[in-house]
Design a binder for this molecule. Structure first.
Ligand SMILES: [Zn+2]
Length: 468
């Protein structure tokens, strides 16, 4: 146990841990228990100053998470914030407790899908995401020792049954399904065991033991190699569908009855068809990395497709502003405001998919069979000089503007996404690392080659050699 911090204490964080959407660092090096206390203290201060008094705290299954959460809680209560500690579980359960218990904020200690050496802290206001300069503000308050002071109380709450009941509530299917689940030893394990008891059909659970050392595979269902076990389980057990979560289950991945991967943008096309039945003409938001197939499908279904910045906090903020019933990103954060609270919840997305499948009476592969088969590059990421990171998109835009080709459309909402008759390509600077991401998608292989050539030519014109 650490000594109580004196009120005049200041604290300087390693600047790498204050990121765009959350706090994340290497345990015991850039992020330790003292840092967690001051994150709680600074966040509690911000909460008090916006009129808040209460917060929910939860944590994932990583080995450092209990101690980190205890320090966050101490920081919050030293500000006078009353804390409800809901214990071990997935990130969306913490958001759920905040929403249903009328708390002013949520704090989740989780390293999500980061490598083993990492842990982190996600924060949310009851009325919207906490991100961007708000995270930097934590650093400024701590450096100045500018904290509120008080004596908050801590209560324990077990919200697991209430959460699982709410998840299962939106399953109204009549056809029994056979489902394989891959929890990847993440924080949703106990929730998953309880959830499948409430759902009809047959359920095969992989790696439902919560184990923060992730002994089986890394908990990130957006990477194909992490889906191999799930694909095998679907085939071996003749399942209708396979569903995977990331380490804190705010992201979802799926495979169809043949073991084929359904990436999150195509999964969103399935959800969009369902949501637009009850919200005709609604705005459906997806990030710039998503396939053109999704945007075209939303338009075909009568919805308003809106391409937005990558980053789950940015997507959530835009969804709230536009009252979008469905918003998400290729990384697997998918937010339902239709019937639900609008936060990214992997288990809830799973229930919605099972519900669609049960009512559809046809397999998942058939639900997406009408969508054009595009030819994609994977998402390619490569290091770039920090000073150059944000300049390159501007240079590419300028050159394309000078070219002034009538059949080329340039979207600069987040990096540069260039649409041509062949398809599209994307060049995007990461907000969290000195990394550029590129991706291309063509209607044909030849078209994809042309798109890649254009992209490589643009990168070379900015002094970067081909990463393909
Ligand atoms: Zn996550």
């Amino acid at each position: 146990m650490q000594a109580k911090q004196s009120l005049s204490t200041t604290h300087t964080f390693d600047k790498s841990i204050l990121r765009e959407y959350d706090i994340r660092g290497t345990v015991g090096h850039t992020l330790g228990e003292t840092d967690c206390y001051f994150v709680g203290r600074a966040f509690g201060t911000l909460l008090r100053r916006r009129g808040g008094k209460t917060a929910v705290v939860g944590f994932d299954g990583r080995e450092s998470s209990i101690a980190f959460a205890a320090n966050v809680i101490r920081g919050l209560t030293d500000c006078g914030i009353h804390v409800e500690n809901i214990g071990l579980g997935p990130t969306p359960m913490t958001y759920f407790a905040m929403k249903t218990h009328g708390k002013d904020a949520a704090v989740m200690v989780t390293g999500s899908h980061s490598p083993l050496a990492y842990n982190g802290i996600k924060m949310a206001w009851h009325d919207g995401p906490f991100y961007g300069d708000m995270v930097q503000h934590i650093g400024r308050l701590a450096a100045a020792g500018d904290f509120e002071t008080g004596q908050g109380q801590v209560t324990q709450a077990d919200v697991r049954d209430a959460y699982v009941d709410r998840l299962a509530q939106d399953y109204t299917g009549s056809r029994d399904l056979s489902v394989a689940w891959d929890n990847g030893n993440g924080a949703a394990g106990e929730i998953l065991r309880r959830l499948v008891k409430k759902l009809p059909g047959k359920h095969v659970l992989l790696f439902d033991e919560i184990d923060g050392t992730f002994p089986n595979h890394h908990p990130d269902p957006t990477v194909a190699k992490n889906l191999v076990d799930l694909q095998k389980a679907v085939r071996d057990h003749g399942c209708d569908v396979g569903i995977g979560f990331d380490g804190d289950a705010d992201r979802v991945g799926a495979v169809d009855e043949n073991g084929g991967i359904i990436w999150a943008d195509i999964l969103m096309a399935v959800y969009a068809a369902e949501v637009l039945k009850t919200h005709p003409g609604a705005t459906i938001i997806a990030d710039v990395k998503c396939s053109r197939v999704l945007f075209d499908e939303v338009a075909r279904l009568g919805g308003q497709p809106l391409m937005w910045n990558t980053g789950h906090s940015l997507i959530k903020a835009k969804a709230k502003e536009t009252k979008s019933p469905l918003a998400g990103e290729l990384a697997g954060h998918i937010c339902f405001a239709d019937k639900y609270y609008g936060f990214d919840d992997g288990p809830y997305c799973a229930v919605r998919l099972l519900n669609i499948l049960s009512h559809a009476g046809k397999p998942l592969s058939q639900l997406v069979a009408h969508l054009p088969k595009m030819h994609n590059t994977p998402e390619v990421r490569f290091h770039v000089d920090a000073a150059r990171k944000f300049q390159i998109a501007g240079e590419i835009k300028d050159r394309l503007r000078k070219d002034n080709q009538t059949d080329v459309n340039v979207n600069d909402i987040d990096g540069v996404r260039v649409t041509t008759p062949d398809g599209w390509w994307l060049m995007r600077p990461s907000n969290t690392e000195d990394v550029l991401t590129i991706r291309a998608e063509g209607f044909t292989i030849e078209g994809l080659d042309r798109l890649k050539q254009q992209l490589v030519a643009q990168l070379q014109a900015s002094g970067i050699s081909s990463p393909f």
